[in-house]
Design a protein around this ligand. Structure first.
Ligand code: AMP
Length: 216
């Protein structure tokens, strides 16, 4: 199965993609995680992406498309779930073109819909472990010891683009550049809409219900 999760920053794409990947045995590909890894490893791509990411702007399509199509090419036969890609109509068209070359299509696109205030609260309270990538929240998903990862005791950090000002910029860019993708996929008849204001477990059950129907 090949799945795309859409949604504003903080809508819960990363969390839900982890659940989806585990349940349906899919490769989870997060464009943001791949870029952050590139930055940590000081790759050319990571360096080129840095200033865009820090200001909350989208990295240019020509950098992202090649990177993601490359990663998708390594996915096992079972399929993948895309998290954060595509983010522009042009990226989606390039993705479709590349899949079509292998006789493939996207089977399901799920749009996680969450209100601005909900996502701002989620993102600005988000903390993550620089070592293992585990994600926490200062109110709703606290580690056992404040500021320390439960798994490896590393100090938790806030992503530099998770501050209020950058988040507002990311949301603006989402509305302008990414929201038009909803119509793009609606026209392809594979779009599912899901209310994502609720807690992650509730969203997860609704999501599984939709995807279970596709794999049955
Ligand atoms: P994320 O972790 O998905 O919130 O992504 C973090 C940042 O990486 C975004 O704010 C963008 O700067 C960049 N990024 C991730 N995915 C894409 C994409 N598909 N197109 C352009 N920029 C992206």
């Amino acid at each position: 199965m090949r799945v795309v999760l859409l949604g504003a920053p903080g809508a819960g794409k990363g969390t839900q993609c982890k659940y989806i990947a585990a349940r349906y045995d899919l490769l989870h590909l997060s464009s943001g995680d791949i870029l952050r890894r590139g930055r940590a490893e000081d790759t050319e791509l990571g360096k080129q992406a840095q200033s865009y990411m820090d200001s909350g702007a989208l990295v240019p399509d020509e950098l992202i498309v090649e990177m993601m199509i490359d990663e998708i090419g390594k996915a096992p036969k079972g399929g993948f779930v895309l998290d954060g890609f595509p983010r522009t109509v042009n990226q989606a068209a390039e993705l479709d073109k590349s899949l079509a070359e292998h006789g493939q299509t996207i089977d399901a696109v799920v749009n996680l819909k969450a209100g601005d205030e909900v996502v701002i609260k989620r993102i600005t309270g988000r903390r993550s472990c620089p070592k293992c990538g585990a994600v926490y929240h200062i109110e709703s998903l606290k580690p056992k010891v404040e500021g320390i990862c439960d798994h490896d005791r590393a100090g938790l950090v806030q992503r530099p683009d998770d501050t209020v000002d950058v988040v507002r910029n990311r949301l603006r860019n989402y509305c302008e550049q990414t929201a038009p993708l909803v119509d793009y996929y609606r026209q392809k008849n594979n779009l599912h809409q899901l209310d994502a204001d609720a807690d992650a477990e509730i969203v997860r059950e609704a999501l599984f219900e939709k995807l279970d129907a596709l794999v049955r």
